[in-house]
Design a protein around this ligand. Structure first.
Ligand code: ATP
Ligand code: MG
Length: 183
């Protein structure tokens, strides 16, 4: 219980910090692969049972942003993917450039989400199935944190999901936040 309370307070403090400072003070050039590898370990530790988590990362680009915030957003998405999947399910952490944007996404083959719930997921304390809360131990702040981090990076969260088949959470960053890497 005290571990859960600690986690809740940490999340609430992070959210209020994100809300009180309008923009990240400094932008760093964030190389995504090492960050994705750290988050992969966190998600594996959070999963009950075996998961395969693969990383697909375009190493020719980096993201301009606040590293701690981006890491926190990705971690929330990846830990969700670990929680809302079962033994044997597959998770992919992906970073790539499409026509106009950089996209950081987490795809899972888990339980999925009914379409009517999707618009509410980023509300603080919102959880689809309250009865699962003891089982999965969440408080419903994770996606609110993700949304705020993205707002501060002029990015957008897109959610694609099919019940019983899985979900993909995409963080879509503007082209201006892409930094090329020449080595
Ligand atoms: P925490 O505050 O610890 O993150 P949480 O995971 O319940 O708790 P959110 O991360 O905000 O809260 O997610 C909100 C809800 O969205 C979850 O309770 C779950 O119902 C649903 N959800 C989030 N990610 C997924 C996913 N990958 N697959 C299925 N449902 C998901
Ligand atoms: Mg969560």
């Amino acid at each position: 219980q005290s571990r859960r309370m600690h986690h809740l307070i940490q999340d609430l403090m992070l959210l209020s910090r994100l809300e009180s400072i309008p923009q990240p003070a400094e932008k760093e050039v964030i190389r995504m692969r090492p960050l994705m590898e750290m988050v992969r370990e966190e998600a594996l530790a959070a999963a009950k049972g075996e998961r395969s988590i693969t990383i697909e990362c375009d190493d020719t680009i980096a993201l301009k942003g606040q590293g701690g915030e981006i890491r926190s957003a990705l971690s929330n998405l990846a830990v969700n993917a670990a929680r809302y999947t079962s033994e044997g399910d597959h998770i992919v952490l992906r970073f790539y450039q499409d026509d106009n944007n950089a996209v950081l996404e987490v795809e899972d083959s888990g339980i999925g989400i009914e379409p009517q719930y999707i618009p509410r997921l980023t509300e603080r304390f919102y959880r689809v199935d309250q009865s699962r809360s003891l089982d999965t131990g969440g408080t419903g702040l994770g996606l609110a944190i993700v949304k705020h981090v993205l707002l501060r990076h002029r990015a957008e969260l897109k959610i694609y999901s099919q019940p019983g088949r899985g979900s993909t959470f995409c963080c879509v960053f503007p082209r201006s936040l892409i930094a090329p890497i020449n080595s």
